[in-house]
Design a protein around this ligand. Structure first.
Ligand code: HEM
Length: 401
């Protein structure tokens, strides 16, 4: 028997404290989220990895939809998913997932990503060139947001003029907006992407990533229009909501730990490897990622019944003291290999090489140009976005120097 724990109202603002308490009680606990959803929360590293690979634990959105309704308490705002945006691989189990992932992998090759490096450097340098010593800015607004959205829009062939719309829509979709706001944002996004996908499909194939995706062919199997819209949606949201917050969370962690900042300033060659430590300690996604049990599953001695919502907290797993020594401390010289910030198993992040590339370029250029930047607000006054999917700040005010 496990007891049902009501997570504190400030869970999203202070998840680590709640996770430490739960983890000390057991690997998996039954909880009620502050907005009123009953679920089982995994906080230990070993059980998180097992849960992410157990085929009895599903990511299928159809299971999810009916279980969200079943386990919602009266205060929970149930979100309707726009069907055209939902048929993407992160919402599917094999064999559908396998098929979609195979087709996208044909276009999203490691070579294509590495070829992006000079362009990512150019975009980052262009943003930094607009900033001056002494400026007080929101680093998310002027740097961390425009870099990845520009990169992903270029990959998808989407005009950059639309990026503010995308930010607004995606913000509505990932936060606890009202059902009307979520619907409106999803409809606008789906409408835009439909036009974009049909335009590329009708044009001559070319060497760009999105053209390669639209025309990807696996022995005659192709993505249909709906699948392309959902895939573009997944890539757009996954491609910028994440990296922007990794940059923001990492810069905040460095400004709160000046001795660690000094190490990277003195030895910038450590930055690429330190990316893993920032992902581990301040991973930008998934306070918890949702899964659904299709059968009773035993995890670390706890049996989760069938038809339950299972939330695997990647940020809790990455701070499990059984896995990492001084797990709550930033140590840019540690080997943080094995973290689960990019997930684990068949849904492991497709964009990990691109995310690592963007982060490496961003932090290297930022620290080289503004080695003495400081926080322009008390750390306690900075709030986190109200989302269980994204772990990111509302703003990051800094003084450049
Ligand atoms: C999946 C994290 C950047 C595309 C995932 C998952 C995680 C993740 C945790 C698995 C979620 C789950 O199993 O529930 C991150 C982090 C990033 C990042 C921390 C940046 C720091 C990107 C970028 C792209 C991308 C830049 C695309 C350009 C995807 C896709 C999936 C995915 C397509 C779904 C894979 C599948 O279902 O097979 N990501 N991501 N991600 N990510 Fe990322």
């Amino acid at each position: 028997m496990t007891t049902l724990t009501r997570l504190p109202a400030d869970y999203v603002q202070n998840p680590h404290e709640a996770h430490d308490l739960l983890r000390a009680e057991g690997p998996v606990r039954e909880v009620i989220l502050p907005h009123g959803l009953k679920a089982w929360l995994v906080t230990r590293y070993d059980e998180a990895k097992i849960a992410l690979t157990d085929p009895r634990i599903s990511k299928n959105i159809q299971n999810g939809g009916h279980l969200m309704a079943k386990h919602a308490t009266e205060t929970h705002v149930r979100r309707e998913v726009e069907p055209t945006l939902a048929v993407h691989m992160l919402n599917m189990d094999p064999p559908h997932h396998t098929r979609l992932r195979k087709l996208v992998t044909k276009a999203f090759t490691a070579r294509r990503i590495e070829l992006m490096r000079p362009r990512v450097e150019e975009i980052s340098a262009g943003l930094i060139a607009k900033l001056n010593d002494g400026d007080e800015v929101d680093l998310l607004e002027v740097f961390a947001f425009p870099l990845p959205i520009t990169v992903i829009c270029e990959l998808l062939g989407i005009p950059i003029d639309n990026r503010d719309d995308f930010r607004e829509w995606s913000n509505q979709l990932l936060s606890f907006g009202t059902p009307e706001q979520v619907q409106a944002a999803a409809g606008a996004m789906a409408g835009f992407l439909y036009q974009h996908v049909t335009a590329i499909a009708e044009a001559e194939p070319n060497d760009t990533f999105f053209s390669a995706l639209v025309h990807a062919d696996d022995s005659g199997d192709r993505l249909n229009t709906e699948e392309l819209i959902s895939m573009a949606f997944l890539l757009l949201v996954a491609g910028h909501e994440t990296t922007v917050n990794l940059i923001g969370n990492a810069v905040l962690a460095l400004l709160k730990n000046p001795e660690q900042l000094r190490i990277l300033k003195d030895r910038p060659e450590l930055i690429p490897a330190s990316t893993e430590e920032f992902l581990r300690l301040e991973g930008p996604v998934n306070v918890a990622t949702f899964r659904y049990t299709t059968e009773p599953v035993e995890l670390g001695g706890v049996t989760v019944p069938a038809d339950e919502i299972l939330m695997v907290s990647l940020i809790a797993a990455n701070r499990d003291p059984q896995r990492y020594e001084n797990a709550d401390q930033l140590d840019v010289t540690r080997s943080a290999q094995g973290h689960v910030a990019f997930g684990h198993g068949i849904h492991f992040c497709l964009g990990a090489p691109l995310a690592r590339l963007e982060f490496d370029v961003a932090l290297t250029q930022l620290l080289a140009r503004f080695p003495n930047l400081t926080l322009a607000a008390e750390p306690e006054t900075l709030g986190w976005r109200d989302s269980t999917l994204i772990r990111g700040l509302h703003t990051l005010p800094v003084r450049l120097a």
